[in-house]
Write a protein that binds this ligand. Sequence first.
Ligand SMILES: Nc1ncnc2c1ncn2[C@@H]1O[C@H](COP(=O)(O)OP(=O)(O)OP(=O)(O)O)[C@@H](O)[C@H]1O
Ligand SMILES: [Mg+2]
Length: 238
Amino acid sequence: MSLLEMSGLTKRFGGLLAVSNFDLSLDAGEIVGLIGPNGAGKTTVFHLIAGFHAPTSGKIRFKGGSIVGSKPHAICRLGLTRTFQIVQPFAGLSVIENVMVGAFNRERDAVAARRLAGEIVDFVGLGPRRDLPARSLTLSDRKRLEIARGLATRPEMLLLDEAMSGLNPTEIDEIIGLIRRIHARGVSLLIIEHVMQAIMALSHRLVVLHHGEKLAEGAPGEVARDRRVIEAYLGEGA
Ligand SMILES: Nc1ncnc2c1ncn2[C@@H]1O[C@H](COP(=O)(O)OP(=O)(O)OP(=O)(O)O)[C@@H](O)[C@H]1O
Ligand SMILES: [Mg+2]
């Protein structure tokens, strides 16, 4: 049985078909990369899966049950959590307090939530900055904080939306290492990313969206050689 499965997924915004008849299935333990040009519909797919938008039509199942129409917090509680492309921490709260907000999804008690948040802050490498306000963090650390907030909900599947955008090559390597460590803890991942060498290195399978439709799917090396993918997205230099 697939961990996450969507079929015929469609989202219309007025006259714009942002996602069109999209099928995707992920097994437990997989890392799948979702790539495609700006405006292809990638983030919209995340909004649909995580319950932020209702699909116009189509099915989404997580652990065998339909999650269409479920609220984001309910989907999160089932074990499916997404991060945001535009990171939006509570600027005035400290790093640890921001992560506690995620931890409260699992732990009712403040002491237990703080303990879980502390473990995760250390895990993502923000331990030395745990008491600083989120607004004082660099972009790279804000990206880590966004991942930490997601991890604090104890997901079985994590959806990462451009966790590396705007980072330099050293910072990108650190996030790749962090994603590998998250995967090693047993979390399955669906990752949107424009940083090609990173998504090629991390993904077991790549799916390409173009104008809301699936253009290609397969092993990273195969997809990168696909003529239609080169023309629509990668360019001839790839
Ligand atoms: N709430 C909305 N209302 C109307 N149109 C929207 C809405 N959200 C997204 N769109 C449109 O849907 C299309 C897909 O957008 P989406 O953000 O999913 O693309 P993306 O693949 O994530 O792009 P990028 O790589 O730039 O992040 C775009 O044309 C976008 O303008
Ligand atoms: Mg996007």
